[in-house]
Design a protein. Structure first.
Length: 318
């Protein structure tokens, strides 16, 4: 059986990856909510992965579940590393080795929101949703703190994790049909829109943050071989996911000169952001698996946090 037929046979449930995944909700914070004036900030934007989803067990009370996610996800783990290792002093100091002890975390990310207490559901965060919901808060906070007279209260670090569904949803709808030309055209269109939206986000953040703030993005990992979608043929699932993420040639589908991760790297470099490389980093024990074809476990979040730490600060000492 050729690669296209094998991939098509496992993609019939692909909606689970981008629609069913992240079906739990979280709250997005507003600017300066809970922040102490005059102290530095780590600002996180993103989707359910940045929200820490699946990094802690589900509890009977929903908001307790969310609190567990946010306390154990990669953002919280990275925050702990930044407190220890980040030099956030406004000038050179002999105390730089002490880290950034007063760093505050503001995590604007959220998961998908089901109906709760009479409120309508919200879909998972895509790049346009991030632009609408999170970017205005982020740029307002950056503008107020990074351009005032107090260098001690700056937003020192910004991280961004989002965008997988922006490519997979429109592209896979065409790829499932078995028409290589339609699949390639859909990916080209999705990549064009992704580039515009991702550039909008990183550009606005850089302009609001100024040239010195650290901004970090993240390449996307391939979870398909490790969940229900890849059970029938993990190799075919891996080949298809890698093709979308990194480009190359897959028999039956054709050739992509670049993948979505190449867009992330290129846009990030253009605006002076670093990229945490998670492609190929997570394995079977690092992903929820089963019907969840997206989220990392606690160990997966730990690996993502390590990738961000390395990108921002260099590899930690052994």
């Amino acid at each position: 059986m050729d690669t296209r037929k094998r991939v098509t046979s496992i993609l019939a449930m692909m909606a689970l990856l981008v629609v069913g995944a992240g079906s739990s909700m979280s709250r997005a914070s507003s600017a300066d909510e809970g922040l102490v004036p005059g102290l530095p900030v780590y600002l996180a934007l993103g989707d359910s992965i940045a929200n820490g989803e699946a990094s802690a067990p589900t509890l009977p009370a929903y908001w307790e579940t969310v609190a567990g996610w946010r306390a154990n996800g990669y953002v919280a783990q990275l925050d702990a590393a930044l407190v220890t290792r980040l030099d956030c002093l406004p000038a050179a100091s002999t105390h730089a080795a002490d880290g950034c002890r007063q760093l505050q975390l503001l995590n604007l990310s959220r998961s998908a929101v089901p109906p709760l207490n009479g409120q309508p559901e919200k879909p998972g965060v895509t790049l346009p949703i991030l632009i609408e919901e999170q970017l205005p808060t982020a740029t307002a906070l950056l503008g107020s703190r990074n351009h005032d007279a107090n260098p001690r209260n700056d937003v020192e670090v910004v991280t961004i994790t989002a965008g997988g569904a922006d490519v997979l949803v429109p592209a896979l709808g065409s790829c499932l049909g078995g028409d290589a030309g339609a699949c390639s055209a859909a990916l080209t269109s999705a990549f064009t829109e992704f580039t515009a939206n991702f550039s909008h986000i990183v550009s606005d953040l850089r302009q609001a943050a100024g040239p010195d703030a650290r901004i970090a993005t993240m390449t996307l990992y391939n979870p398909l071989p490790f969940c229900v979608l890849g059970q029938a043929d993990p190799a075919a699932a891996e080949a298809f996911g890698n093709w979308v993420l990194e480009g190359g040639t897959v028999p039956g589908f054709g050739t992509l000169p670049y993948g979505v991760n190449d867009i992330i790297r290129s846009v990030s470099q253009h605006y002076g952001a670093v990229t945490a490389e998670t492609f190929g980093l997570l394995g079977a024990g690092d992903l929820v698996g089963g019907g969840d074809c997206r989220h990392p476990t606690r160990s997966g979040h730990t690996k993502i946090a390590g990738a961000f730490e390395t990108a921002l600060l260099g590899a930690p000492s052994p």
